[in-house]
Design a protein around this ligand. Structure first.
Ligand code: ASP
Length: 357
């Protein structure tokens, strides 16, 4: 029996037993509350109980350069990351828990430029940046230029929850992570031959090779309580100067989350993302201009950044679980899932099922 049927039945009962004008008011009140709960039900039905979106970096990702085996490897790892986050959200975990768990899977994989598999600086070392933000209370944490923390996203979360600060860098961040009991590894742990060879090629050409540097990872989650969180983790850009910090650990540039608007994680040429305050700009456009998530995200990526020759993309989600994944490069590793069962992993410049038709 629906709420509406229930209300009609109760109204009939009241009608049968009551009398006078008071009876009409009772019937009116019951019908009103039934229609209100029907409207709420319809809204809840359109919003998933939880949702998750990830990226694994934007750049030159072309179908013609990808063999079936590599494609399958990326698909499997992105799916594993999504499912790890889904398990957290499904059992009632917070959006922050889900973002950390999801990103850790990608940091532990050599396929992505984060954690193991991070790119090298011009000095031949791996220096990693990461951040996380809780849309519930705008709490945020970040680490920058770290060389020994196995999972920088967990260190960013520890800074957010266990320190009075928002960002810690280099040895200070590493000492804090060790104090917090996080896994500390020898810098050798982050070495991968693919990234080393990419640095050698870049050094020979004396230029950053765009197709070698993508792979930053990021995630936005919406939990059962309706809270948003976002996080990003990266090794930065191949052949960056040592000591260079990109957009990924900068709140508002590479990562932003606010329950009032949206959660965003970015990937691309960090200097432009910092100058344009990309993640916050998307949230601000929604808040001050009343744009939808997709309008705001597409404007920033396709208009503002393109007009400056800046490459990259974002994954973003609003509190209704709407998702937007624009990029202005040839591809972006990306995927999402919702409690409704929708799930998709995409790499190339191809429409997602959730794109406006
Ligand atoms: N945004 C990252 C940085 O500039 C790199 C990337 O996303 O590819 O450090």
């Amino acid at each position: 029996m629906t709420d509406f049927h229930l209300a009609c039945a109760s109204a009939a009962v009241v009608g049968a037993i009551g009398s006078s004008r008071r009876r009409h008011w009772v019937i009116l009140a019951i019908l009103l509350s039934a229609s209100l709960s029907w409207v709420e039900g319809a809204q809840a039905a359109s919003r998933p109980a939880y949702a998750l979106v990830v990226h694994g970096g934007a750049g030159t990702i072309l179908r013609e350069n990808m063999d079936a085996e590599t494609e399958a490897e990326y698909r499997a790892k992105i799916t594993e990351a999504l499912h790890r986050g889904r398990d957290v959200l499904d059992r009632g975990g917070s959006a922050v828990d889900a973002v950390e768990a999801t990103i850790r899977v990608m940091e532990d994989s050599p396929l992505f430029n984060a954690g193991k598999g991070a790119v090298f600086t011009e000095a031949g070392v791996n220096e990693m940046d990461s951040s996380i933000m809780d849309g519930r209370d705008l709490n945020a944490g970040a680490v920058a230029g770290v060389k020994t923390i196995r999972n920088p996203i967990s260190a960013a979360r520890a800074v957010m929850e266990k320190s009075p600060h928002v960002m810690l860098a280099r040895e200070g961040a590493e000492a804090f992570a060790a104090e917090q009991g996080l896994a500390i590894v020898d810098p050798e742990y982050f070495f991968t031959k693919t990234r080393w060879d990419a640095l050698q090629r870049a050094l020979e050409q004396k230029a950053e090779a765009d197709d070698e540097k993508h792979g930053t990872v990021g995630c936005v989650a919406l939990d059962r309580e309706g809270n948003l969180a976002a996080g990003t983790s990266t090794g930065g850009m191949t052949m960056k100067m040592w000591g260079r910090i990109g957009d990924s650990p900068i709140i508002g540039a590479g990562t932003y989350a606010n329950n009032e608007t949206c959660g965003v994680s970015a990937t691309g040429h960090g200097e432009y993302f910092i100058r344009n305050v990309v993640a916050y700009d998307i949230a601000a456009r929604m808040q001050y201009l009343g744009e939808s998530l997709d309008e705001a995200a597409r404007f920033v990526i396709h208009d503002r950044l393109v007009s400056q020759g800046a490459l990259g993309g974002v994954v973003a989600m609003d509190r209704e679980g709407n998702i937007s994944m624009p990029f202005n490069t040839s591809g972006m590793y990306r995927g999402y899932l919702k409690s409704t069962g929708e799930e998709e992993v995409l790499f190339y410049d191809e429409p997602a099922d959730l794109d406006p038709k």
